[in-house]
Design a binder for this molecule. Structure first.
Ligand code: PRP
Length: 208
C-alpha cells in the first residue's frame, strides 16, 4: 500500500470524530464533510508543481511562487462525494467540476455507472477525485479507469475513511494514483461497510 497516506491534522481528526458519531444530524454531517473536504483538498494538492511569477505588491516588484499549470479538475463520485466537493470548491473556486455517478450493488458490491460529466481538458489539468468512503475500492477504481479513458494522467484520490481491503485493491489496480485519507479503519463487515466507519455517507449526507 505504498500509495496510501493518512493525513495528520488534529482538526481533521476532531471533525472526523464528530462525523462518525451516530447522533450527528444530516445538516451537521454535510457541514463537517465540506470542512473536511477543504482540508483534504489542500493536503492532497500540497505538492502541485510551482513556477515563479513576476508580480508587483503595493510596495515592490518580486518573483512570487504560483501554480505552474492549470488547476486540477475536481471530480466527485456521486452521491457522497458531493459533500466533499463543496469544501474542495472553497479551496479551488475556479477549478472545473466533474461528476461521476456510481452506485454499488448491495449484494455483489460491484459498482455500476449511471452518469459521466467531465471537462474535455483532463489531460492538461489532471484530476482530484473525491469520495468519502473507500470500502472494497470498486467504485474508486472504476472512477479512475473512466478518468484515464478520458485522458487524465495525473490523478489523485482523496477520501475520509479507507478500509485496508479497498486501499490494497486500489493500490494494486491503479498503483500510479496516490491515495489520501483522513483515517485508515479496521476492516469491512460482511455487507461491505467500513468498521468502525461512519455508516452510509450518502444516506447520512442527504437524509435518505
Ligand atoms: C458508497 C460510497 C462510495 C462507495 C464505496 O456509495 O459513498 O462511493 O459506496 O464502496 P466501494 O469502495 O466498495 O465501491 P454508494 O454506492 O452507496 O452510493 P451513494 O453515495 O449514492 O449512496
Amino acid at each position: 500500500m505504498s500509495t496510501l497516506r493518512v493525513a495528520r491534522h488534529a482538526l481533521l481528526r476532531h471533525k472526523l470524530t464528530r462525523l462518525r458519531m451516530r447522533e450527528t444530524d444530516s445538516a451537521t454531517f454535510r457541514r463537517l464533510l465540506a470542512e473536511i473536504g477543504a482540508v483534504l483538498t489542500a493536503e492532497a494538492l500540497r505538492d502541485l508543481p510551482e513556477a515563479p511569477r513576476l508580480i508587483d505588491t503595493p510596495m515592490a516588484r518580486m518573483q512570487a511562487p504560483a501554480l505552474a499549470g492549470p488547476e486540477p479538475c475536481l471530480v466527485a463520485i456521486l452521491r457522497a462525494g458531493l459533500g466533499l466537493l463543496e469544501g474542495a470548491r472553497w479551496v479551488l473556486p475556479d477549478a472545473p467540476i466533474g461528476h461521476l455517478g456510481l452506485v454499488r450493488d448491495e449484494v455483489t458490491l460491484q459498482p455500476s455507472e449511471y452518469v459521466v460529466r467531465l471537462p474535455p481538458d483532463l489531460a492538461a489539468r489532471g484530476a482530484l477525485l473525491l469520495d468519502p468512503m473507500l470500502a472494497t475500492g470498486g467504485s474508486a477504481a472504476a472512477a479512475i479507469t473512466r478518468l484515464k479513458q478520458r485522458g487524465a494522467t495525473q490523478i489523485r484520490f482523496a477520501c475520509v475513511l479507507a478500509a485496508p481491503e479497498g486501499a490494497a485493491f486500489l493500490a494494486k489496480t491503479h498503483p500510479d494514483v496516490p491515495i489520501l485519507t483522513a483515517a485508515l479503519d479496521e476492516r469491512l463487515d460482511e455487507r461491505g461497510f467500513i468498521l468502525p466507519g461512519l455508516g452510509d455517507a450518502g444516506d447520512r449526507c442527504f437524509g435518505t
